[in-house]
Every structure is written in C-alpha cells, then in structure tokens.
Design a protein around this ligand. Structure first.
Ligand code: MLT
Ligand code: MN
Ligand code: ZN
Length: 288
C-alpha cells in the first residue's frame, strides 16, 4: 500500500483542523498500490501526485538492474480523479507505461486532463480499456463498475462508468485482493466481487455523513455529492459479510483529512477495530 489518504493527503496543506495539526499522527500520502505476481514486475494501481516519494520509499520499486531500468511495467486506474492520475505526469522520465482504465477515464485523460497526448511525447505509453476479466503481468484482473462520479474538471456529462473496483487474483497461490477506494454506495454485485478475497481495501474517505459539513460548513449532503459511502454505512455491510466469510481481512484506505479514524484515540477508530477492520498505514505489505 503506497498511500492511504484521499486527495490532498494527510495532513492537508490548507487545513488547520485538530487532526491535521496533531504531530503524533503518522502522515499519509495519496492512495495507491503496487502489485506484483512475481516480485520483479510491478503494476501501480492509481498514480497519485505523491508517486515519486512512494517509489523512492519502496525498495522493490527502485530503479535497476540496468542503468535506466525500472520494475514498474504498468498502471491500473480506478477512476480519472486528479489524486489518482496526476502521478502519470510524474512518471514521464521513464520509457512509458501500459495504462489500463475504463473507457470514460481514458477519454478524460485525452480530452479534459490531457495527460495522454502530453506523456506520449516523452515515451511509448499504451492505453488499454480494462476488460471484465483478463490476465496482465501474471495476474488475473477483474473489474466491477462501482460509481458514476465524474471528476469535477470534466466539462459536460459523459457516459460512465467513471469508477471501477479491481479484483486481482494470483493464479499461482489463489490469493485475491480487492481494491475499491471510491464507492458511492454498496454497489450491485459487490458481495460476489469480494467473495473468497484474502484482502479487501475499501473507501474510507469519510467516517460519517455529516463530517465534511461540520468541518467545511458545506451542506450536509456533501459526502453524497462527493460520491463516497461513509464508513458508518459500509461497516454494516462488512459485519454481515464477515460473519458469513471470516477468511477476508477488511481495511479502509483513501482517508480524508477530516476523518476521525485517522486518530487511534477516537471512538470512531475503536468502532472500526471492534468490527475487525483495520486502517493500515502507508507502506503496509500484503502477501496473497
Ligand atoms: C474524490 O475522491 O472525491 C476526489 O479525489 C475529490 C477530488 O480531489 O476532487
Ligand atoms: Mn479521491
Ligand atoms: Zn484537517
């Protein structure tokens, strides 16, 4: 887990709230994963603006063995949001990467946030539509459309799906990881999508439905508008699924700076842990 915070990271540079100001809480970079079937070829899942720091902090991702070689082969995008795509620009010094994303995301990265034509002038990038079931780099990759939340920078309404969740299966070990950092609701088909998963990493942007309103003086519907199912709602689903399927480890990621779960001393954090769910820090390694 390269990063575990929502857009802006934690602490957020323009926020003076008590959580952001608490020097005892570990900082978190913007969410993303690096995943590998063989330990030498790696794929990023989302490319945050923190990607340079994340790569340098992760020994398996450091350059080599050749002078200009890197173990990073490609990128999977869950959506086109800037916290998940600005990092593509930061990777322009390389030879180019294979990027896999839903069609609406690929179109946005060509027409609205024109990273594709730009990085294409620096390297040999390829852009592929993710299929519902395919093999990439020795991993079986499945996608589920989870939301139609369109990035703010996209002008005009375009057809989605705008956000997907990924299910990565290692055919050698049978290990399964599901990554779903942006959930507008508990999606149709999600119970089946996580079936048999060893790890599920879930949208933990907000703890409750009024959090952003309380902090930013916005309307109480702010979270729904932002397209993030609050933890207090997803915990109920997790409790039900955990009872039926105790083999799955659940964690929250993409935490917003307003989220009380960033602080282990809060009752909200205690409630999450009581449900058997974790809030892992940046740098957490998961083995499938
Ligand atoms: C989100 O997750 O809702 C977006 O990243 C928000 C944003 O940064 O515009
Ligand atoms: Mn985000
Ligand atoms: Zn804050």
């Amino acid at each position: 887990m390269l990063g575990t915070a929502a857009g802006g990271g934690f602490p957020q540079w323009n926020c003076a709230c008590a959580t952001c100001a608490d020097p005892t809480l570990p900082p978190r970079t913007q969410d993303g994963l690096a995943i590998s079937a063989d330990g030498s070829n790696w794929y990023l899942v989302n490319a945050s603006p923190d990607i340079r720091t994340q790569i340098l902090a992760t020994p398996v991702l450091r350059a080599g063995p050749g002078l200009r070689e890197t173990p990073i082969r490609g990128v999977f995008l869950t959506d086109a949001e800037l916290d998940h795509t600005l990092g593509l620009m930061m990777l322009r010094e390389g030879a180019g990467l294979d990027v896999h994303a839903p069609p609406a995301v690929l179109a946005a990265l060509r027409d609205d946030f024109a990273v594709r034509p730009m990085v294409g002038r620096y390297g040999a990038w390829t852009w592929s539509t993710v299929n519902s079931d395919q093999y990439v780099g020795g991993l079986r990759v499945k996608v589920l459309a989870v939301s139609n939340k369109q990035p703010k920078y996209v002008t005009g309404a375009a057809a989605g799906p705008w956000v997907v969740a990924y299910r990565f299966e290692d055919p050698a070990t049978g290990g399964v990881l599901v990554y779903a950092p942006c959930l507008a609701s508990w999606p149709e088909g999600f119970d089946e999508f996580v079936d048999g998963a060893a790890y599920v990493l879930l949208d933990g942007t907000f703890y409750d439905g009024g959090e952003l309103a309380a902090k930013a003086d916005a309307t109480s519907k702010a979270q729904t508008v932002m397209g993030h199912l609050p933890i207090e709602a997803s915990l109920d689903h997790i409790r039900k699924l955990s009872a039926a399927q105790p083999g799955t480890a659940w964690s929250y990621t993409h935490l917003n700076n307003t989220n009380p779960a960033l602080n282990p001393a809060t009752v909200q954090y205690a409630g999450i842990r009581a449900a058997g769910v974790k809030v892992p820090p940046d740098g957490t390694a998961l083995e499938l």
